[in-house]
Design a protein around this ligand. Structure first.
Ligand SMILES: *[C@@H]1O[C@H](CO)[C@@H](O)[C@H](O)[C@H]1NC(C)=O
Ligand SMILES: *[C@@H]1O[C@H](CO)[C@@H](O)[C@H](O)[C@H]1NC(C)=O
Ligand SMILES: *[C@@H]1O[C@H](CO)[C@@H](O)[C@H](O)[C@H]1NC(C)=O
Ligand SMILES: *[C@@H]1O[C@H](CO)[C@@H](O)[C@H](O)[C@H]1NC(C)=O
Ligand SMILES: *[C@@H]1O[C@H](CO)[C@@H](O)[C@H](O)[C@H]1NC(C)=O
Ligand SMILES: *[C@@H]1O[C@H](CO)[C@@H](O)[C@H](O)[C@H]1NC(C)=O
Ligand SMILES: *[C@@H]1O[C@H](CO)[C@@H](O)[C@H](O)[C@H]1NC(C)=O
Ligand SMILES: *[C@@H]1O[C@H](CO)[C@@H](O)[C@H](O)[C@H]1NC(C)=O
Ligand SMILES: *[C@@H]1O[C@H](CO)[C@@H](O)[C@H](O)[C@H]1NC(C)=O
Ligand SMILES: *[C@@H]1O[C@H](CO)[C@@H](O)[C@H](O)[C@H]1NC(C)=O
Length: 359
């Protein structure tokens, strides 16, 4: 279906080519093949529809575009979005050789009259540069591309933890007049973290209309590393649908940064219903919690999905703060690393095998 070019292996060279004020790609020091979900700002070059943006970026479900922008779930895809509005684009990220790029998505099909620079500048609003597109696709001569050629557009991203905690890396379009301190305050991070992450030594180096790597704190989860949606990165104040739409997860910092997932109740195409998501040996469904008893509370938590299986674990969490006597006053997640509820332990594990479902 897609055309891949052998020289795509050489993508590492792409970021050494273009050392100007454009983004240089984000650092991603995780082992190669690490993937995660990511976000980037896209300023619309033209007035268009949500459907057109969804198609341009190969976004699988309209729902994930709506979620990323906190639009109501019933927003129709024919909704018009105006030129120069900014939309947040959700996409999968892949770490490779120290940097992160969108994981074989989106692909852009060359039309008559296109040039690589036009595609980078006008179609993708400078989220990439033409040498980045050229290199990742192994194109020897930038002036020689052909109509219907499929081009992988390598959007910048990262899957790295930040300050020892999982984070969703958001490629933030710097508005004219912003300051590093202002952006840090807006997204609940620090000036020094932003400078360090973006390889800047001085806040005065911030330039308008460039993409800044802004780490958004995410809720802790018990999603296991074999899950298709691992690591499920959900920032505060946002929700996401996962497990093919069967599960809806919400992150609320006020809930001690613990991801709250429940059955979405969505009926899938062909009238197929989602499987039961009950925790084993209990009457708990995903998201059910017991009444507090002292500092302890049990939760039927989402553990991920794979093939025809959804994992649910009954976990125990502390409702007393600060957890473990350590100080959580900076509002950071209490978990350690990307895959653990520090004060939870697994009481039970269930595998719910989904029969008669095509995933
Ligand atoms: C990784 O990038 C470095 C330079 O940043 C380059 O020297 C090296 O060859 C690259 N490795 C691979 C496997 O492409
Ligand atoms: C935006 O509109 C102009 C003029 O109508 C057109 O030439 C250009 O290709 C459009 N760009 C995109 C990304 O659709
Ligand atoms: C352009 O590239 C094609 C193959 O992609 C090649 O056959 C053709 O000779 C090239 N044209 C020029 C002028 O280099
Ligand atoms: C940061 O840049 C400004 C303006 O270029 C300069 O005045 C200041 O001394 C620099 N600060 C540091 C710590 O380099
Ligand atoms: C996945 O997690 C298991 C333990 O839960 C661990 O043993 C394994 O090394 C992990 N695999 C990767 C690739 O991180
Ligand atoms: C989390 O998000 C809510 C609203 O979405 C906001 O009111 C709150 O200040 C945020 N908390 C933190 C710690 O970022
Ligand atoms: C469990 O969750 C389901 C669905 O979220 C809800 O309808 C039900 O009332 C909850 N039960 C308890 C005991 O919390
Ligand atoms: C809370 O759970 C811990 C084990 O994690 C247990 O030692 C303690 O007794 C429990 N406290 C209450 C009030 O249930
Ligand atoms: C927690 O932080 C607050 C404010 O930053 C401070 O006053 C308090 O002493 C800290 N408590 C602990 C246990 O570190
Ligand atoms: C948290 O992680 C750090 C290193 O990443 C480790 O030193 C520390 O012991 C961990 N704390 C807990 C409670 O697991």
């Amino acid at each position: 279906m897609r055309t891949f070019f052998p020289a795509l292996i050489l993508l590492c060279s792409i970021f050494s080519v273009q050392l100007n004020a454009q983004n240089l790609g984000f650092r991603c020091t995780n082992p190669s093949t690490t993937t995660c979900n990511s976000l980037i700002d896209y300023r619309l070059p033209n007035t268009t529809t949500l459907a057109a943006v969804k198609d341009l970026f190969d976004i699988k479900n309209l729902r994930s575009l709506l979620d990323a922008n906190n639009f109501p779930i019933d927003t129709p895809e024919t909704t018009t979005v105006k030129a120069s509005e900014i939309l947040k684009i959700p996409f999968p990220c892949l770490c490779r050789n120290g940097t992160g790029i969108s994981n074989r998505r989106p692909f852009y099909t060359v039309v008559s009259g296109d040039g690589l620079d036009h595609i980078a500048v006008d179609v993708f609003s400078r989220l990439v540069t033409y040498p980045q597109i050229q290199n990742v696709n192994g194109i020897p001569d930038a002036d020689n591309i052909s109509v219907d050629q499929e081009l992988w557009i390598p959007l910048p991203c990262s899957c790295d933890d930040v300050d020892g905690q999982a984070a969703l890396h958001y490629g933030h379009l710097v508005a004219a007049g912003s300051t590093v301190a202002g952006i840090a305050a807006e997204f609940d991070t620090t000036e020094s973290t932003l400078l360090e992450l973006n390889g800047m030594s001085n806040s005065s180096q911030l330039m308008a209309n460039t993409i800044l790597d802004v780490p958004l704190k995410v809720c802790t989860t018990i999603v296991r590393n074999v899950s298709m949606d691992y690591p499920l990165l959900v920032p505060n104040g946002t929700h996401t649908f996962t497990a093919n739409g069967c599960v809806r997860c919400q992150c609320d910092a006020a809930n001690n940064w613990i991801l709250n997932c429940e059955s979405s109740g969505i009926i899938r195409r062909n009238g197929e219903t989602c499987p039961s998501t009950q925790c084993p040996g209990t009457s708990f469904d995903l998201g059910n919690t017991t009444a507090d008893s002292g500092c302890n509370r049990s939760r039927c938590a989402y553990g991920g999905y794979r093939d025809n299986t959804i994992y649910t674990d009954l976990t125990q969490e502390s409702t007393c703060s600060p957890p473990g006597g350590s100080n959580n006053s900076n509002g950071s997640p209490s978990g350690n690393g990307s895959n653990g509820l520090r004060w939870s332990f697994i009481l039970g594990v269930s595998l719910i095998v989904l029969h008669h479902l095509s995933w």
